[in-house]
Design a protein. Structure first.
Length: 121
């Protein structure tokens, strides 16, 4: 009995260790904040949800870099879009960013000149 329990514990431990941690990726593109609570990133792979007003919000949303005023396009009062690279984990099935670890703001020209992105969101 003790031997079977020990083997079960060892096997369970191996499975826990073998599970890969979600890899942090750098994703760069248009960072949209069209209205309060809504945030998206459009990169070469499409649109990723960061947050939806009254609903889903990625962990670490406070780690989104702030862009200075001249590198933000205002489309709705204080809301709009900018260009950024975010260090994130993602859920590819739901097209959501799961966690934001950090990032950096980029000049708008970086996204405008990237052939893998739309010229503007």
């Amino acid at each position: 009995m003790k031997k079977n329990l020990l083997i079960s514990v060892i096997i369970s431990s191996l499975f826990i260790v073998a599970l890969p941690a979600k890899a942090v990726e750098s994703r760069c593109g248009w960072l949209l904040v069209p209205t309060p609570g809504n945030r998206y990133l459009i990169d070469k792979d499409g649109t990723w949800t960061i947050g939806a007003q009254g609903g889903y919000q990625a962990k670490g949303i406070e780690n989104i870099p702030h862009s200075d005023g001249k590198e933000v396009v205002r489309t709705n009062g204080n809301y709009g879009y900018t260009c950024a690279c975010l260090n994130v984990t993602v859920n590819t099935n739901s097209r959501r960013i799961s966690e934001i670890r950090g990032g950096e703001s980029l000049p708008l020209s970086t996204c405008r000149e990237d052939p893998n992105l739309p010229k503007s969101p």
